[in-house]
Design a protein around this ligand. Structure first.
Ligand code: PEP
Ligand code: MN
Length: 443
C-alpha cells in the first residue's frame, strides 16, 4: 500500500476519540492544517543524528516528563521545574557515565492518553473514559467527557506556548552549564541527596573552569544545552494535520514534535498507528511490553525502518522488574540476529504500575531502579547497549510513587497525589535514580 499522510484511515485505528460531530472535527482540522508547525525539519534531522550517535554508544538519552500534560499545568513554574529536574539529572549522568546526554522532554504535546477501558463507572454512573486534555476533560460529568475537536486546537496552542517558553529559557542562558544554581528547586535544599548532587556540580564546575583556563577562553559549547520534544502519537487526526512537506527535502515530517512514539496498546503491525508512523521522516519510538513476540518485533523493525537507517527506530522496552529478565534477552538476540538497527531505551515505569487496596495507582521506587539496573546488565550480557531511559517525572513535590530516599509510604500518597493518570517520580526520586545510574556507570 502506498503511504500517504491519511493512509492510516484505511487501517483499524484503536484508541481514537468518538467525536459526535464530524463537521466540527472537519473545521478544527482545517484550522490545524493552516497553523505554523511547532518544530522544524532541521531540528528533527539533528535529533536523528544524535540518536544515531546514541546507537553507536556515543550518547545516552534521557527522555522524561509527565505521563500526561494538562492544559491547566501549562504554567511558568511547572514548566521551569520540570526543566530543572531534567537538567540536573542530565548533569549527573554526563558526569557519572562520562558520556554526552540527549535530553528529550515528554512535553509540549503529551496531551493524549490510551486507556485500558473505553468507559469508567463511579457510583453506578458510566461515562466515557478521560483520554487526555486534547480529547476531553477529566471531571466526571457527561459534558466534560464528550470528545471535543476544538481541544485539538487548544492542544496545539498549549504545545506552542510550552515550547516557546522552553526555547526562551534555553536561549536566554538558563541551561548554561556555568550556572547550575539556576536549576535549584527551592524546597529541594533539604533533600537527603543535596550533598551528593552538590559535590558533582562542584566537580563539574571546577573541571569546566580548569579547561577554560587551559583553552584561554570560554567554552561556548557548554553555554547552550539543547532540548527536544516528544509525545505519544495517539490521536491520528491531530498528527495527520501536522504532517507537512518542506522545501528541498524529500518526504513528510510530523512537525508537531521532534520524536513521536507509538504506545504499547497501538503497536499492532496492521494497525493505523504503525501505518501512519512508517511514512514520516521523524525518528520513531515504539513501546514494547512482555506480550511482544519475536516475529511481531521483527515486523515492527522492518516496517518502521525499512532502509535500516541509524537513528530512525527507538525500541522502548517496558517489561516490569519481575519480567525483564524473561523477555529482554530473546528480543535483543532476535533483533541482532536479523541485523536490524535500533536504539534501545528502558521505560521502567509502565511495567511496574500497581493498584493498592485503596484503589490508588502507584509504583515502587525499588522496582523502577531494579528494572533500570537489570536493563543495563542484560544489554551488556547480550553484547548490546542500553542507550537511554524513558521516565515519568515532575519537578513538583508530589507523592505518587512509593519509596526512595524519604521512603514514601502508602500513607504519604494521600498528601500530594496530583496525577490524573500514572504516578510520577517526584524531584527527589528522579534525582536519586539518576545518581544511582551515574554511580554504577550504567552497569
Ligand atoms: C505512557 O507512556 O504513558 C504509556 C501509556 O505507555 P505504554 O504505551 O508503554 O503503556
Ligand atoms: Mn503513563
Amino acid at each position: 500500500m502506498t503511504w500517504q499522510p491519511d493512509s492510516w484511515q484505511q487501517k483499524p485505528a484503536v484508541q481514537q476519540p468518538a467525536y459526535p460531530d464530524a463537521a466540527a472535527l472537519g473545521h478544527a482540522l482545517d484550522e490545524l492544517r493552516t497553523l505554523p508547525p511547532l518544530v522544524t525539519s532541521w531540528e528533527v534531522e539533528a535529533l536523528r543524528n544524535q540518536l544515531a550517535e546514541a546507537e553507536a554508544g556515543k550518547r545516552f538519552v534521557l527522555q522524561g516528563g509527565d505521563c500526561a500534560e494538562s492544559f491547566a499545568d501549562c504554567r511558568a513554574e511547572i514548566i521551569t521545574n520540570r526543566l530543572k529536574v531534567l537538567l540536573q539529572m542530565s548533569l549527573v549522568l554526563v558526569h557519572g557515565m562520562q558520556t554526552r546526554v540527549t535530553r528529550i522532554g515528554r512535553f509540549a504535546g503529551q496531551y493524549a492518553k490510551p486507556r485500558s477501558a473505553d468507559s469508567e463507572t463511579r457510583n453506578g454512573v458510566t461515562l466515557p473514559a478521560y483520554r487526555g486534555d486534547i480529547v476531553n476533560a477529566p471531571e466526571f460529568t457527561p459534558e466534560a467527557r464528550i470528545p471535543d475537536p476544538r481541544r485539538l486546537l487548544r492542544g496545539h496552542m498549549h504545545s506552542a506556548m510550552t515550547i516557546n517558553f522552553v526555547r526562551g529559557l534555553i536561549d536566554g542562558g538558563f541551561a548554561d552549564l556555568h550556572h547550575p544554581e539556576y536549576w535549584d528547586l527551592a524546597w529541594a535544599k533539604r533533600s537527603p541527596l543535596a550533598t551528593e548532587y552538590q559535590l558533582r556540580v562542584d566537580t563539574i564546575g571546577n573541571s569546566l573552569r580548569f579547561m577554560e583556563r587551559l583553552a584561554g577562553t570560554d567554552l561556548h559549547e557548554f553555554n547552550r544545552i539543547d532540548f527536544h520534544t516528544s509525545h505519544e502519537a495517539l490521536v491520528l487526526w491531530y498528527e495527520q494535520a501536522q504532517t507537512r512537506q518542506v522545501p528541498r527535502k524529500p518526504g513528510w515530517y510530523n512537525l508537531s514534535t521532534h520524536f513521536p512514539w507509538i504506545g504499547m496498546r497501538t503497536a499492532d503491525l496492521d494497525g493505523a498507528h504503525v501505518e501512519y508512523c512508517r511514512g514520516i521522516r521523524n525518528p520513531i519510538g515504539v513501546k514494547i511490553g512482555p506480550s511482544i513476540t519475536d516475529d511481531w518485533l521483527l515486523g515492527l523493525c522492518r516496517t518502521l525502518n525499512p532502509d535500516n537507517e541509524a537513528g530512525r527506530l527507538v525500541l522502548i522496552h517496558r517489561m516490569g522488574a519481575g519480567k525483564i529478565a524473561d523477555h529482554l534477552p530473546r528480543l535483543i538476540e532476535c533483533v541482532k540476529k536479523a541485523g536490524h538497527r535500533a536504539l534501545w531505551i528502558c521505560d521502567p515505569m509502565h511495567g511496574n504500575t500497581q493498584t493498592l487496596a485503596s484503589g490508588v495507582k502507584t509504583r515502587r521506587f525499588d522496582d523502577i531502579a531494579s528494572e533500570v539496573r537489570q536493563a543495563f546488565a542484560i544489554h551488556a550480557d547480550c553484547g548490546s547497549r542500553l542507550g537511554g531511559v524513558h521516565l515519568e517525572l515532575t519537578g513538583e513535590d508530589v507523592t505518587e510513587c512509593l519509596g526512595g530516599a524519604r521512603d514514601l509510604s502508602e500513607k504519604d500518597l494521600e498528601r500530594a497525589y496530583r496525577s490524573q493518570v500514572d504516578p510520577r517520580l517526584n524531584y527527589e526520586q528522579a534525582l536519586e535514580l539518576s545518581l544511582q545510574m551515574a554511580s554504577s556507570r550504567g552497569v
